[in-house]
Design a protein around this ligand. Structure first.
Ligand SMILES: [Zn+2]
Length: 112
């Protein structure tokens, strides 16, 4: 027994600006957001929980690549992007946690 999880890392490039915020993210600009999707493995088939290639292809469909995030997510901070990505990914896989890295040093996590 034991618990297994898979972690799939993807990224997307997109623009945003933050309202009521004094700092670098107040003006329209872009980031490369790195997203880690943590997926609960409920059983193995031939030693495989979910095929990495399938998971990557499926998750790539929900990445808001080259979008203006303010049109999709209100106040698109890393915190709110993590919740959005969690809910979108949870329609496809049993997601346990999403981590959104806005810079290599700063990330937000979301789980339900
Ligand atoms: Zn920003």
């Amino acid at each position: 027994m034991g618990n297994r999880q898979l972690i799939i890392k993807r990224h997307f490039d997109a623009a945003h600006k933050l309202e009521n915020y004094k700092g670098d993210c107040a003006e329209l600009h872009g980031h490369r957001w790195e997203v880690e999707f943590h997926i609960k493995v409920e059983g193995l088939d031939n030693g495989i929980g979910f095929d990495f290639t399938d998971v990557k292809n499926d998750l790539d469909q929900i990445l808001p690549d080259h979008k203006y995030l303010n049109e999709i997510i209100s106040q698109p901070t890393a915190e709110n992007i993590a919740e959005y990505m969690f809910d979108e990914a949870a329609k496809l896989y049993p997601i346990s946690k999403v981590i959104v890295w806005e810079t290599p040093e700063c990330a937000a996590t979301f789980c339900r």
